[in-house]
Design a protein around this ligand. Structure first.
Ligand SMILES: Nc1ncnc2c1ncn2[C@@H]1O[C@H](COP(=O)(O)OP(=O)(O)OP(=O)(O)O)[C@@H](O)[C@H]1O
Ligand SMILES: O=C(O)[C@H](O)[C@@H](O)[C@H](O)[C@H](O)CO
Length: 185
């Protein structure tokens, strides 16, 4: 377990995806972790084609076809950062195994941070925010989610205070960074 997390510098450049259903906290937690660690945070929603945003805004969930091009763009983005040997945090729901496989094409050492919480807590938070993704569609996100194993992703419990989630996320990234660095290359 990591001791102090303040001012920790990663051993190597890393590409880190903050994943989880809509409303799990990818943007707010990802951004706060980035601030804490001095890593840029990019929200994957910025890479959706306009028709995906329009579809979700109409209250219609995306399907595999809608997500395919979007995931390819994010995979390319990850690959760009890897080629430049730079660290980045990217928020992307990454709900299915096959979606995570597409993202890993950009970096086979991609780190996933899984924001894991209960339906009721996330629903409550979504009902409090103004966002194009309506809380009515949260069930479809849970139905689609294929939970990553603990080997595939670092799991962070989000049913707790915001600062606690950020601290757990930072610790999880540090732990994974150390574990990866300890592996023979
Ligand atoms: N631990 C927490 N405690 C209380 N509120 C939280 C916590 N984490 C996130 N929130 C709030 O929950 C709401 C959803 O978070 P956020 O918008 O970051 O989720 P998201 O995963 O990025 O959603 P989307 O994928 O739909 O963009 C926000 O209003 C955020 O401020
Ligand atoms: O895979 C998906 O269904 C989408 O990525 C959604 O998760 C939205 O992008 C996001 O949650 C809305 O902001």
């Amino acid at each position: 377990m990591a001791q102090g997390t303040e001012g920790y510098r990663l051993e190597k450049s890393r590409r880190i995806v903050v994943m989880g259903v809509s409303g799990s906290g990818k943007s707010t937690i990802g951004d706060a972790i980035g601030e804490r660690m001095g890593i840029p945070y990019i929200d994957g929603d910025q890479y959706h084609p306009e028709h995906n945003i329009e579809k979700m805004s109409r209250g219609e969930p995306l399907n595999d076809d809608d997500r395919a091009g979007w995931l390819e763009r994010l995979s390319d983005l990850i690959s760009d950062y890897r080629e430049r040997d730079e660290t980045v945090l990217i928020g992307c729901s990454s709900l299915k195994n096959s979606y995570r496989d597409i993202l890993r094409q950009g970096d086979d050492g991609l780190i996933f941070l899984f924001l894991d919480g209960s339906y009721n807590v996330i629903l409550g938070r979504m009902q409090e925010r103004k966002h194009f993704f309506s809380a009515d569609m949260l069930t479809t996100q849970f139905d689609t989610l294929e939970r990553p194993t603990d080997t595939e992703a670092m799991r962070v419990d989000i049913d707790v205070d915001f600062h606690e989630v950020v601290e757990s996320g930072v610790r999880a990234i540090i732990d994974r960074d150390r574990a990866l660095s300890a592996q023979p290359s």
